[in-house]
Design a protein around this ligand. Sequence first.
Ligand code: ZN
Length: 436
Amino acid sequence: MNEKISREMMEFIKSHPSSFHVADGLAQILSDNGFERLYENEKWKLQKGRDYYVMRNGSSLIAFRIPEGEVHNFQMVASHSDSPSFKIKENPEMVSAGHYVELNAEKYGGMLCAPWFDRPLSIAGRVMVRADGGVKQRLINFDRDLVMIPNLAIHMDRNLNDGYKYNAQKDMIPIWGDEASEGSFDEMVAAECGAAKEDVVSTDLFLYNRMPGTVWGAQNEYISSPHLDDVQCAYASVKAMLKGHHRESISVCCVFDNEEVGSGTKQGAASSFLKDVLERIAFGLGMNAEELKMLLSESFLISADNAHAVHPNHMDKADPTNRPYMNGGIVIKYNANQRYTTDAVSAAVFQEICRKAEVPVQSYVNRSDVPGGSTLGNIASHQVSVNMVDIGLAQLAMHSPYETAGVRDTAYLIRALETFYNTGIRREKDGTYRFS
Ligand code: ZN
């Protein structure tokens, strides 16, 4: 069972290789399960007992379920749809030495560079096409081995194994084809869109690793796949939402784009997207501004973004007393400077949910001499200030194009989030929390 859901999740990743595809694929799952799509530029006629979702930019998505009766809060999970990659630049073709056509590309997010070399890559994303008197969005995925970033041979630089600083403009440019391929990029993009070359107006296209996800290890205990950070959490949160729903809470599931570049876009966690949606839900259900604030004061958000497992070859990089392992259950992330939003209150609430779900928890704290990363929670809290906890699943090689995690952890997260959505979280005036 644990292995099956991880395999399903990796199949989803394989067929949804960009943030646009991830949002589109999750929207499809929601539609198939009776969620109605809403549009931001239309009036919403919300009904109690119904399920909805709304998208922004085609790459971020917020789904919600409204119970039949009186509601007390929003119970929310947030994750992200994007992963570090290389974005194809405008006018990308570069002919080198008259024998190669390369594609000019730039880094998207902070990735490990070395593992991008010597493996088949492909290209996916969105293309704007002139059609019907306007411009239309098309998602494309070449879905074949298409480009490669070859390493320099060891014979040409004997120091390559002694540490190398990668230059994105010099070292990381993928080969598209030989000299006969000159001029073919725009044509092939147009063909993927089913459009004429002159009708392709602009693109957001990214490289992705073609190697599909796999289950491995002596006991089949590990998984490796592209984009585990953070599609593992995004997929699990949508699956959990389909199963769990409390009669007094509005369940909300957010998947934001652009976490890897700081979330500061109109569709990112720092945007007004979540706030706009929560306001429209409350007002759509006949509440006023004060009643919305009352709802928010009792709301809870789980920011779900993967965490670092202890690396067996680099044990010293982990904190001495907080050492999460793959398959060890959900990781709660702590940081004194609140780069992770977890505090004693939110950690207690989340741990009680996991106890109810019979899911193990672990803790992650950076070594005190390592700054560490950041995530969605504290960024989203600038717009929507509610109780929050930062969690994730333990993984190795974060931001590699092929990451490693535990085969059992996807199921743990689905079970914990399902229990979260199923449990009413109430705060009393003296700060006591009760679960129903
Ligand atoms: Zn992440």
